[in-house]
Write a protein of this length. Structure first.
Length: 257
């Protein structure tokens, strides 16, 4: 069982955007067919989802229908650390799955690569093909519960600015800064301080800790005083949470605290 103590945090739409960017695994579910693994998934700024599936996939045939086919893309966001419960969030993107004409495949792949460079895009036109999911609704579920987001709100949301460096920051905090994590643990309710405290997530609004207790895990958000916008602000905000705002940077790299 996992419980969460909440505080200032990204909106549900922002959480979906960031979870989609983080997720390594995704599948497309279609009525009457087995789930189809995707090699590429990208939630575009316009709100459509572009996925790459094997060329012989039943999804390709279904998408050729005049109105497309109903489908759901399920994405899993895993923590970058080895945890007892590694799944941080699940996202379901529901909509109409439509085909992309052959002549437009490479152009769309190039557009996606400009926003989301992924090695799987090199296979488009060879072993895989691109499909579009015209979004109708989106749901994100994590330890705080489940939230539904309409396409309009999702189009207006942005991915967290630190999503690309988050994994490196969390691994660095976990492996190199037990002293900082011990300072962070002072913010926890007394009843949770006996558990194993690990960094679970970091974003512009704050840091989330995972407390692995005896049989029950708790996720606790530690909010920053104000949202941060760049690496320097993020580094300072983390050090303030740890109670050492005037210490030198915890690490010399711009990609780590």
């Amino acid at each position: 069982m996992r419980r969460t103590i909440t505080s200032a945090a990204p909106s549900a739409a922002e959480r979906i955007r960031s979870a989609c960017a983080h997720a390594q695994n995704a599948v497309l579910a279609l009525p009457g067919a087995d789930p189809v693994p995707t090699t590429v998934h990208h939630l575009r700024a316009c709100g459509d989802v572009v996925i790459a599936v094997p060329r012989d996939s039943p999804a390709v045939t279904a998408a050729r229908a005049e109105t497309g086919a109903p489908g759901v893309v399920e994405l899993t966001d895993h923590a970058p650390l080895r945890l007892r419960e590694p799944v941080r969030a699940l996202v379901w993107l529901r909509g109409r799955v439509r085909g992309v004409p052959g002549y437009a495949q490479r152009a769309l792949a190039a557009q996606v690569a400009g926003e989301y460079p992924h090695a799987g895009l090199l296979d488009v036109g060879h072993t895989s093909t691109l499909l579009r999911v015209v979004l109708e609704s989106a749901v994100v579920a994590d330890s705080t519960g489940a939230d539904s987001v309409c396409p309009h709100d999702l189009r207006g949301a942005t991915t967290d600015p630190f999503w690309e460096v988050e994994s490196a920051w969390l691994r660095h905090l976990d492996s190199e800064h037990a002293d900082v994590m011990a300072r962070m643990a002072r913010h926890l309710p007394v009843r949770l301080r006996g558990g194993s405290v690990r960094p679970l997530a970091i974003d512009r609004y704050g840091l989330t800790l995972r407390v692995e207790g005896s049989g029950t895990d708790h996720d606790v958000r530690l909010p920053f005083a104000t949202p941060v916008d760049d690496v320097q602000q993020l580094s300072r905000a983390v050090r303030i949470l740890a109670g050492c705002p005037f210490l030198d940077r915890l690490h010399g790299s711009d990609r780590t605290p």
